[in-house]
Design a protein around this ligand. Sequence first.
Ligand code: KG4
Ligand code: ZN
Length: 357
Amino acid sequence: TKELTILGLECSADDTCAAVVTSNRRILSNIVIKQFREHEVYGGIQAYVAMKAHQRNMPEAIRRALSDANISIEEVDGIAFTRGPGMGGCLGAGLMAAKGIAAALGKPLVGVHHMQAHALTAFLTTSVEELPTFPFLTLLISGGHTLLLLATSTTSFQTLATSNDSSIGHAFDRVSRMLGLEWSDIGPGAALEVFCATGPDDEELPNDLPQFPLPMPGRLDFSYSGVLTAVNRYVTDQGGAEKMEPLRKLAVARAFQRAAAAHLEEKIALALRWCRREGFVIHHLVMSGGVASNMYLRSRIRQLLDTSKSRVPIALLLPPPHLCTDNAVMIAWASMERFRAGDHDDYDVIHMAKWNI
Ligand code: KG4
Ligand code: ZN
C-alpha cells in the first residue's frame, strides 16, 4: 500500500505542536512551541492565555513542520488534529487551522482523541519485533490525566483507575511551586525531578520529616489531594520554602516523589491482579504522558515489573521522553488507521472538550 504522509496538529493544553509523520513510521518533523513564559506569572496554565498563544504560534509551527520535513502542503495526504479532550478554546485553535487547510486544499481530515494518541505512541516508537500485543496495560500520566487503562484494541480502552482529584502532573507542578523551585525552561514537574536528582544521598538529609501518606491502599483509584495537603501543611509549618534549608527542601521533594511512585506501583500491582482474575494475560505495560518522562518513576515501575509474581514476563514500553510529553507526532500517528481506511471526518466536525476514552 502507498505510504501516507500526514500533517498532525496538537494544541489541547499549553504546547503548540505540528508534525509530519508517514504510515511507514517515519517522523519527518516534530515542532513543539512551549509557552512556559506566558504562564509563569500566573503560577499555572491559564486557558485563555494558552488559547491566545496557540492563535499566535500555530502558523509558525505548521510552517516549520513542513519546512523541516522538506515537503509542500500539497504533498501531504491528510490533516490530523486533536479533537479532544482538552481546553475548548485551545482545541478550537488547532481544529480551525486543520479545517482551513483541509477545506482549502480538499484534503481529508481526521480528529484524534488525545489520550488514545498518547497510548498508541508505543506502536510508533517500539521496534517491530517488540510491538505491544493486545490486551496490554497503559499508564497515562500527564497534567490533565492519571489513567490506568486496559487496551483491548487500537480503539477500545477500559479505564481501570483514574484520579477524582488532582492529576499526578498537577501534583508534581504544585509541589515544585510550594518548594519555590526554578523551572522556567523545563516546567515545574520536570524541575522537581531534576532537583531530586541533585545533592547528597538520603542518609545525609534531615530525617525528621513526616510520612507523606499513601492514599487509599487497596483501591483501584488514584488520589493526590492528601499528599498535596500534607506537603503544603509541612512547608507552611516550616515558615514557607524561603525559610527552609536547601537540604530540607530536598528531603521534602524526594519524599513526595517516592510517595508518588509508591502510589503508582500499588495501583499497577492491583490492576495486574485484577487482570489475572478476569483472565486477561498481560505482556506489556505502556507508560506515556508528560510525567512518564520522569526517569525515577520509570525505574521504580521497571523494578516492580521485574519482581512481579505474574506468570509471564511483562515488558515496560516507554516512548522517548520528547514523545511522552504533548506532541503532534502522536496525533498524526494515531490518525493513520482511519486515513488508511478512508474513514474521515466531515469539514463541519467540532471539538470535544470532554471525551471519554
Ligand atoms: O502530557 P503532557 O505534556 O501534557 C498534558 O497532556 O497534560 O504532561 C504535562 C505534565 C505537567 O504537569 C508537567 O509538569 C509534567 O507532565 N511533567 C513531569 C515531568 N515532565 C513533565 N512530571 C514529573 N517529572 C517529569 N520529568
Ligand atoms: Zn497530553
